[in-house]
Design a protein around this ligand. Structure first.
Ligand code: ZN
Length: 154
């Protein structure tokens, strides 16, 4: 069944997250949180020639939030900033009820089942909201925020 396939895609990304980690010298570094569920992600991206050359994330939280972040990094890597912004809009529209263009969204359509659990929609959109925020700050010319880490403390 399609639901089962979608479930497997999400659980696979949760168990084996793609593009996990940091990006040294990232032009985009942003943190996102979904306090209602306790999800947190840090998103890092390197921009070259107007494209997201490398996109990585760190974080913790529920399976939906972390799988969605993993899927997001795969979906936008190599895309232009405009393409990434467009994809974020399409993903969020799908999560709010618009039938998706499956050719464009690919595996991301697996997350549309989350719509049946409205309280979890923010889990699925967290990584995309963070991406949109990061793109806005980058395009406004603001430097990537230094992300505090307990590892940096003496
Ligand atoms: Zn969550």
């Amino acid at each position: 069944m399609l639901d089962q396939l979608y479930r497997e895609i999400i659980l696979d990304h949760y168990a084996h997250p793609r593009n996990r980690g940091r990006v040294d010298g990232a032009e985009i570094a942003v943190e996102g949180a979904n306090p209602s569920c306790g999800d947190e992600i840090s998103l890092y991206a390197r921009v070259r020639d107007g494209r997201l050359e490398e996109v990585r994330f760190e974080g913790h939280g529920c399976s939906i939030s972390q799988a969605s972040a993993s899927m997001m990094t795969e979906a936008v890597r190599g895309k232009t900033l405009a393409e990434a912004r467009q994809l974020a809009e399409e993903f969020k529209a799908m999560m709010h009820g618009k039938p998706p263009d499956e050719d464009r969204l690919g595996d991301l359509v697996a997350l549309q089942g989350v719509r049946r659990f409205p309280v979890r929609i923010k889990c699925a959109t967290l990584a995309w909201v963070a991406l949109q925020q990061g793109l806005r700050e980058y395009e406004a010319g603001r430097p990537a925020r230094v992300v505090a880490s307990s590892e940096d403390e003496l």
